[in-house]
Design a protein around this ligand. Structure first.
Ligand code: NOJ
Ligand code: MG
Length: 605
C-alpha cells in the first residue's frame, strides 16, 4: 500500500515537473529572452570581448603598387582609416604563398608571403604599424588542406620518407563490370564533382574537399598535427594576436572499415544535381568530434605560448557552418578550453535562407538572435557575423534599406562584433559576367548556373573614393571589376556626409565603448512583424534601447515598454536617416511611431 502510494506520488510529481519544465522552455525560446545573469559593473572584459573586428580581404582592400591586386603595403597605408572608424582588430584572409586557385586558400608555403601581396618584411611592418595604433592582427589559418604545389604534397606524391601519409591517399577500386577505375567513396568536393582525384605519379587517389589543387591533409598522422602546430607557432612568433581557422569542420573524416573502405555518404534529398556538394549528407566528412578536440589542442598551444612569452590572450575564431549543437562544442567544456569565437553565422544561414532575407519580419530577427543566445553555454561571449567574403553582402541579403539597421543591430547586441570590409560603407553585390568570373566555386560549373555559386560578387575591390578605380588601384584594370555604385558609396564621399552609412558606423563603434553595451544584460522582443526591440541595461548606468522597424510599412502606437520591462523617459541617441528623427528628442516607449526601416538607439534619462 505505502509502496504503491509512493509510486503514485512520484509519478504525479514527475508529470508536474515535466509540464513545468516545458512551460518554462516555451517562455524562454519564444518572443523574448530573459536576462541570463545579473550583469555587474565589476566584471572585467578581455580585449577580444570588447573588440571591433574587421575582416580584410587583402586582394580587394588596397593596391599599393598598381598591379590591380591589393597588397600588404596597401593595408599598412590604410591602418589610420581602420583606427578612425573604431576597428581594434582585423583578420586577414590568407596572404601566404599560393597559386591562387582558391585565392589564397590553397597554400603552397605556409611560412611565406605571396609575392603579389609583399614580403615577410612587409608583414612584420604591418604588425608593428598596427601595434602603434592598438590594432591587433589576426591571420587566417587553413588547416584542412594545402596547395598541390606545396613541398609536402610533392614529397607525398613521391612517397618520400615521413611524407607518405601526409595526405589522404587511397587506391580506389576497379569496377568488375566496366573495368574502369572508381574513386574510394562517393564523397563530393565543395567545388563540385568527386572529392577524389587520381594521381598518375603515385597511382592513387587523393582526397580534396575543395578544389582539385587543394589536397586534404591527413590529421590522423601525428606528423601533420605537429607540422601545423609549427605553422601556428611561426606566426605567433611574428606577433599575431590569434587565428581565424578556415573550414575547420572538414579536418577529420570517418575511418575506413576493416576492408579499408571509406563509407559512402547518404543522399540529402535536397538537390538532384549530383555534382553539388549539397547532394550528400556529410556525416563522414564534416563535423567529427576529433576536429573539436584538435581545436582544443590549438587553444592549448596558444595559451602555452602566452604563458611563456607574455602578452595578451591569443584567440581562435572558428569557421564552421555546422548545426549549432556542433558549433557550440568549440567553446570548450569543463576539462578543455576552446575557441573564444566560434563564428556565429546565424544572420547568414538563419531567416529565410542564405540569399534573400529582404522581407524577414521582426520575429525572424528575434529567432536568429535567440538561436545563438539561447544555445550558447553560460559564461561565454557571443559574436555576430553579418557577412564575409563567401556570402552575399548585407545590403543585398537583407535589403539596402536595412544596411544601417543591420550595423546598429550588430553593434548593439551583446558580445563581439565582426564587420566584413565594405559593410561600413554599405557595399552591395555586383553581378559579374561569366567571362570576368574568377572564383572556382563558380568557374567549376558553367555559364548557365555559375552565379548560384560564385563568390566574386562580394569580393570586388573596396571603394576608397569616387576617383578612377574607386581609389583602389592605379592600374588600368583590377582583378575583379569595380561596382559602379562606387560613385556614391565610398569612403571619401561618405566621410563628407553626416547621414552616410560610414558616419553612422563610426558613431556605433564609439557607442560600443559604453559600459552598458560591454557588460549590460540583454532583453529582446518583437512587437508584431514590424518592430524589433532590444534593451541593454547595467545597474547605475543609463539603459539603452534599440528599436527598429524592419519592414516597409509605417507603424504607430507601438508599445515596447511592456515587452522590454522598460519604464521611464527616453531620448534619441542614434538614428538612421529613414527614422526622420532628431537626436536628443524625447520618445515614449509605450507609444512609438516608426517610419519604414527606421532604427533608433534610445537612452534613458
Ligand atoms: C572557407 C573560406 O572562407 C573559403 O573562401 C574557401 O574557399 C574555403 N574555406 C576553402 O578553404
Ligand atoms: Mg598590388
Amino acid at each position: 500500500m505505502t509502496f504503491l502510494h509512493n509510486l503514485l506520488v512520484t509519478i504525479l510529481l514527475l508529470g508536474l515537473l515535466c509540464t513545468l519544465g516545458r512551460a518554462a522552455a516555451v517562455d524562454l525560446s519564444l518572443e523574448q529572452h530573459q536576462d541570463r545573469a545579473a550583469a555587474s559593473k565589476e566584471e572585467k572584459r578581455d580585449w577580444w570581448q570588447v573588440a571591433q573586428f574587421y575582416q580584410i580581404y587583402p586582394r580587394s582592400f588596397k593596391d599599393s603598387d598598381g598591379d590591380g591586386v591589393g597588397d600588404i603595403q596597401g593595408i599598412i597605408s590604410k591602418l589610420d582609416y581602420l583606427k578612425e572608424i573604431g576597428v581594434t582588430a582585423t583578420w586577414l584572409s590568407p596572404i601566404f604563398t599560393s597559386p591562387m586557385v582558391d585565392f589564397g586558400y590553397d597554400i603552397s608555403d605556409f611560412f611565406d608571403i605571396q609575392p603579389e601581396y609583399g614580403t615577410l618584411d612587409d608583414f612584420d611592418q604591418l604588425v608593428a604599424e598596427a601595434k602603434k595604433r592598438n590594432i591587433k592582427i589576426i591571420l587566417d589559418f587553413v588547416p584542412n588542406h594545402s596547395s598541390d604545389e606545396n613541398e609536402w604534397f610533392k614529397k607525398s606524391v613521391k612517397r618520400e620518407k615521413g611524407y607518405e601519409d601526409y595526405y589522404m591517399w587511397h587506391d580506389g577500386y576497379v569496377n568488375s563490370n566496366t573495368g574502369q577505375r572508381e574513386p574510394p567513396s562517393n564523397w563530393l568536393s565543395g567545388f563540385r564533382g568527386s572529392a577524389w582525384e587520381w594521381n598518375e605519379k603515385r597511382q592513387q587517389y587523393y582526397l580534396h574537399q575543395f578544389a582539385v589543387k587543394q589536397p586534404d591533409l591527413n590529421y590522423r598522422n601525428p606528423l601533420v598535427v605537429a607540422q601545423m602546430k609549427r605553422v601556428l607557432t611561426y606566426w605567433l612568433d611574428r606577433g599575431v594576436a590569434g587565428f581565424r581557422m578556415d573550414a575547420v569542420a572538414w579536418c577529420f573524416e570517418s575511418l575506413p572499415d576493416a576492408n579499408g573502405r571509406y563509407p559512402d555518404e547518404p543522399l540529402s534529398g535536397t538537390t538532384d544535381d549530383p555534382d553539388n556538394e549539397a547532394y550528400l549528407k556529410h556525416i563522414h566528412t564534416q563535423d567529427l568530434r576529433e576536429t573539436v578536440e584538435m581545436v582544443f589542442q590549438w587553444k592549448t598551444l596558444l595559451d602555452d605560448y602566452q604563458r611563456v612569452h607574455g602578452g595578451d590572450t591569443r584567440i581562435i575564431m572558428v569557421e564552421t557552418y555546422s548545426e549549432l549543437d556542433y558549433v557550440m562544442q568549440f567553446y570548450g567544456n569543463r576539462t578543455a578550453k576552446g575557441a573564444e569565437i566560434p563564428f556565429n553565422f546565424q544572420f547568414i544561414v538563419g531567416g529565410n535562407g542564405v540569399k534573400d532575407n529582404t522581407k524577414l519580419p521582426a520575429g525572424g530577427f528575434v529567432k536568429i538572435i535567440n538561436s545563438w543566445l539561447g544555445q550558447m553555454p553560460s559564461g561565454k561571449t557571443a559574436n555576430w557575423v553579418m557577412g564575409n567574403h563567401d556570402r552575399s553582402r548585407v545590403g543585398t541579403r537583407f535589403g539596402e534599406d536595412r544596411i544601417d539597421l543591420m550595423n546598429m543591430l550588430q553593434m548593439f547586441l551583446p558580445g563581439v562584433s565582426i564587420t566584413y570590409q565594405g559593410e561600413e560603407l554599405g557595399m552591395t553585390d555586383l553581378d559579374i559576367s561569366w567571362e570576368d568570373s574568377r572564383d572556382p566555386a563558380g568557374c567549376n560549373s558553367n555559364a548557365d548556373i555559375y552565379d548560384q555559386f560564385s563568390r566574386d560578387p562580394v569580393r570586388t575591390p573596396f571603394h576608397w573614393s569616387n576617383e578612377a578605380n574607386a581609389g583602389f588601384s592605379t592600374s588600368s584594370s583590377t582583378w575583379l571589376p569595380i561596382n559602379p555604385n562606387y560613385q556614391t558609396i565610398n569612403v571619401k564621399t561618405e566621410n563628407a556626409s553626416t547621414t552616410s552609412h560610414l558616419s553612422l558606423y563610426k558613431q556605433l563603434t564609439q557607442l560600443r565603448q559604453l559600459k552598458t553595451l560591454q557588460l549590460g544584460a540583454t532583453r529582446y522582443a518583437n512587437v508584431g512583424d514590424n518592430v524589433l526591440a532590444i534593451k541593454r541595461s547595467l545597474s547605475g548606468e543609463a539603459t539603452l534601447v534599440l528599436v527598429a522597424n524592419v519592414l516597409e510599412t509605417k507603424v504607430t502606437g507601438v508599445d515596447v515598454a511592456g515587452p522590454l520591462y522598460a519604464s521611464g523617459n527616453y531620448k534619441i541617441k542614434v538614428s538612421n536617416p529613414q527614422a526622420k528623427a532628431t537626436v536628443g528628442d524625447s520618445v515614449t516607449l509605450s507609444s512609438l511611431t516608426l517610419e519604414p526601416y527606421a532604427a533608433l538607439i534610445l537612452e534613458s534619462v
